[in-house]
Design a protein around this ligand. Structure first.
Ligand code: NAD
Length: 321
């Protein structure tokens, strides 16, 4: 039996693939260009290669998607869906394409799950579904998106929940938030991420136009993956048909992150954050439900520990590269 991880070459998906494989699960990674680990910088997956299979599939290519998923018919324990164009300033530049990848892409996978009788589907959703609602958002807070990306996540949750209810699929939704850490090079991210985390990779003199007055509950990717693993593993009576907020739940002011990173690298890297908010939304999630029902317990609730861990990984990648 196997777990199919869509987006398994990505930041969150690769750590879910890691955690599954480390527990001796067979993992099939479905992702654009997924042909193996060579040149992908996902060193943490290398020790687990014998449990990983790679499927180079575009979720919008319905024919290939169906053919490749059908190859595992009868052997699929669960599907984790983590393909997305993630939130950020560039999402709006290609709206039609990005909405299609996020929402039609998920629907395509769900439809194949229905046809093949896949029993369980975990949708990687986002705190973006709460839009600009004030903080302490619980799973009962109404989902009212305040941007296009958030709209894809609201649509996905609705579609996934109804597919689950109509076709007897055990659908679970993980609402993630502001992930950082090993697996993602700051240089490949948006300008605020670069200005905060870039010095850990040796970047210098990045000026983010805004974000200096914002505080978000940044979550270390290993904690994000731990939360998704707990959701995947939870008994049906706890998690079937349910949504769970999965984030650190701890608000960290951005200027504190810059200061902590400066301490870690030992010098000022010339990073500046403009005043105001970078993200229109971002009030912290209430993670009580995940803590009490799933036993979710973020390991890196002190961001300094998370930043040190991230620094260690970025140094090891630089050394290897
Ligand atoms: N990173 C965050 O801060 C964050 C926050 C909240 C929610 N999420 C959600 O978590 C999930 C994973 O996010 P991530 O940070 O790992 O993103 P990521 O960008 O690192 O990974 C997404 C993966 O999707 C793949 N992909 C994109 N288009 C595809 C297509 N057409 N067909 C097949 N694969 C395709 C990419 O190749 C990539 O590997 C997403 O659903 C995202 O919306 C992320």
């Amino acid at each position: 039996m196997a777990v199919l991880v869509f987006g398994g070459m990505g930041h969150v998906g690769s750590w879910i693939a890691h955690d599954l494989a480390a527990e001796a699960e067979e993992v099939v990674i479905f992702d654009l260009g997924a042909r193996g680990l060579a040149g992908r910088g996902l060193d943490y997956l290398e020790p687990h290669q014998d449990r990983l299979t790679f499927e180079d599939v575009d979720v919008l290519d319905t024919h290939t998607l169906f053919e490749r998923m059908r190859a595992y018919e009868g052997r699929i324990d669960a599907v984790v869906f983590g393909v997305a164009v993630i939130a950020g300033p560039t999402f709006r530049l290609r709206p039609f394409r990005n909405v299609q990848v996020n929402t039609i892409g998920m629907l395509n996978v769900l439809e194949v799950c229905r046809i093949l009788g896949v029993p369980k589907f975990v949708n990687l959703s986002s705190g973006a579904i709460y839009g600009t609602a004030p903080g302490g958002q619980t799973e009962e807070t109404p989902a009212i998106a305040s941007d296009l990306y958030g709209a894809t996540k609201v649509a996905n949750e609705t579609l996934a929940a109804q597919y689950g209810a109509t076709y007897d699929i055990d659908v679970r939704q993980a609402r993630l938030y502001f992930v950082y850490g090993p697996g993602k090079l700051p240089s490949t991210m948006h300008v605020l991420y670069q200005a905060m985390f870039g010095p850990l990779q040796g970047m210098r003199n990045v000026a983010a136009p805004a974000g200096g007055d914002q505080a978000l509950d940044w979550t270390h990717v290993r904690d994000t993956a731990q939360g998704v693993m707990r959701l995947l593993r939870a008994p049906a009576e706890v998690a079937r048909g349910q949504a769970f907020n999965i984030s650190s739940g701890v608000l960290v002011p951005h200027r504190e992150i810059v200061a902590a990173v400066t301490d870690i690298v030992g010098s000022d890297s010339g990073m500046t954050l403009g005043d105001g908010n970078f993200f229109e939304r971002g009030a912290p999630l209430d993670v009580t439900k995940a803590r009490t029902s799933l036993g979710f317990s973020p390991r890196f609730s002190d961001i300094r520990d998370g930043l040190n861990d991230y620094h260690g990984w970025l140094k090891s990648v630089a050394k290897a590269g």
